[in-house]
Write a protein that binds this ligand. Sequence first.
Ligand code: PLP
Length: 405
Amino acid sequence: MTKINENYLKLPGSYLFSEVNRRAAAYAQANPDKKLIKLGIGDVTLPLPAAVTAAMHAAVDEMATAQGFHGYGPEQGYDFLREAIAQHDYRARGVDIDPSEIFVSDGAKSDCGNIGDIFGLDNVVAVCDPVYPVYVDTNAMAGRAGEYSEASGMWSKLHYMPCTAENGFSPAIPDKKVDLIYLCFPNNPTGAVATRAQLEAWVEYANRNGSVILYDSAYEAFITQEDIPHSIFEIEGAKTCAIEFRSFSKTAGFTGTRCAYTVVPKALERGGASLNFLWNRRQCTKFNGVPYVVQRGAEAVYSPEGAAQVKENLAYYQNNAKVIFQGLQSAGLTVSGGINSPYIWCQTPDGMGSWEFYDLLLSRANVVTTPGAGFGPSGEGYIRLTAFGGAEATAEAVARIKAVL
Ligand code: PLP
């Protein structure tokens, strides 16, 4: 009989955001007169920048002509986009990344999961706690995580790095050897960022131990503080120990349009093999590229008009973050994040459980949040709010939460 991948059977319950949605939908159905405000799931709400849609319209028109038609594109992405990324996201910040080290994809989520294909199953994987659930679940599916314990909410083979108020939500360098290290800054869910000194310590550790850092900087565009690195490759030595994931999703509103990229330096080798070569081999075999029209839209993000429009949208969300942060703080809650991130990490009052506070805010304030416990055991006692809502709705949500408290 056909055997299934039994690792899938070990996965606990439903994906976190499905459960958040399920509870919110059940409440909305039972209370049709109540108007819910959703600050739970990290999806953008502003429309695509006009420069992006103009470029996509032009690309659609090109596709309607014999000369301008594009069939299968390069699996790694078109040169025009890889070159624009290398120029604007790296060289402009003093980082020399070659376009051949950039792989355009349909999402950082898929890349964060798919990257596991090029690594052996016996690697020890380190993840932050709390964590973006994709890193954990994809390793569990591959069989790298061991067994799941309902009691602890942890997998037996993963190395968890608690990110708590005590350590400023910054994971400690492991005191043992780990092979694959997932880092995400600005962090989802805590909104914390890593300083240059902290990233230098990670790069030093990874080079010394032959580990690989899988650096997710999907939220780098939200960094407002000058001295915070946007890329792991701003750190000397990172090219021999790190892979970076970036996305147009949150930066430019591409959550439904789908475009991201992964940087695998040519200098990165393990076991005598080039990881750039392996990732290229993987992508060419399993992926057929991002649509031409979408890549033209992504390219427009870097045009002067596109960049200005993106900046405006980011400012809108950053202002929401400020409204949430200051509002909750003035209500007496302990909050962090929000300054270099669209996420606000809020401690529950009086030691209340995450889901309990989520339910309270849902039923009393009619505001949907995300319970911190869903991101890992160290997320217990917190909720996450996102700045991706409308400005008016965000202000209204904060006023309602304050009234309830
Ligand atoms: N990485 C992190 C940390 C995220 O929070 C998200 C989305 O919420 C992603 C990656 C997914 O990005 P994409 O839309 O490019 O798949």
